[in-house]
Write a protein that binds this ligand. Sequence first.
Ligand SMILES: C[S@@+](CC[C@H](N)C(=O)[O-])C[C@H]1O[C@@H](n2cnc3c(N)ncnc32)[C@H](O)[C@@H]1O
Ligand SMILES: O=C(O)C(=O)C[C@]1(C(=O)O)C=C[C@@H](O)C=C1
Length: 248
Amino acid sequence: MSDASYRDAIFTTPLDRVASFSFDEQVVSCFPDMLRRSVPGYGQIIAMLGLMARAHLRPGARVYDLGCSLGAASMALAREMAPEDIEIEAIDLSAPMVERASRELAEAFPEHRINVNQADIRTLDYQPAGMIVVNFTLQFLPPEDRDAVIDKLYATLEPGGMLILSEKIISDDPVENAWLIERYHDFKRANGYSDLEISQKREALEDVMKPDSLNTHHARLARAGFVRSHTWLQYLNFASMVAFKAAD
Ligand SMILES: C[S@@+](CC[C@H](N)C(=O)[O-])C[C@H]1O[C@@H](n2cnc3c(N)ncnc32)[C@H](O)[C@@H]1O
Ligand SMILES: O=C(O)C(=O)C[C@]1(C(=O)O)C=C[C@@H](O)C=C1
């Protein structure tokens, strides 16, 4: 497969039956364009990851990139950190994502210690880490599995460790929620998606992606043991949170 990135045209034609969204070859081939045009704040979040690592990571510590897709977060971390200062474990369940991410990361950062593995973040055998990035991945797990994953990530972090959790969110206030979704659809239209593409994508995601509210996320983080968590970015119905484990 070529590494070229194509324009996302997956939902441009009317479909008799819209299949559930999955991270297959078709999505892989247009994924950077899809993220850029579909996730408000995506570029800003990625750009901050290296700076967060610089500010908080113990030199040489392990960092997990969970649901790494094509490795954009790992790339941002490697760009900012010297090879001896970071060891990256990038994990994804999708074979085509892992195949392409491992090739591109090895080409771009031959000196860095970056392992890309196909695995389920719910059952992964985690090793101690200083930082964990979960960028738009938790939302794809069944809601009943999310508490246990966050508990595992808490246990994986070293004292003083940091979790970055980015997610599509809902608002607990129905009026605010409807407004955010309407403006999000405006955002997509402004980025070249048609009404048909927007509605078919929405249908495809309905059964596979169930966003939580920020309150639910922060309550889950607190319950897991994180000493503090806050939302460091919100752009429409997309947000990124940071959570810290207490230093010993
Ligand atoms: C929206 S994408 C993540 C984008 C990526 N983190 C970035 O910043 O560019 C969600 C990814 O999570 C992966 N994923 C979904 N469920 C997973 C699971 N249980 N274990 C590992 N990866 C999973 C998908 O294959 C997909 O590549
Ligand atoms: O297009 C949407 O409606 C989205 O929610 C965007 C979103 C995401 O939030 O992860 C959904 C699926 C793809 O992984 C890329 C982006």
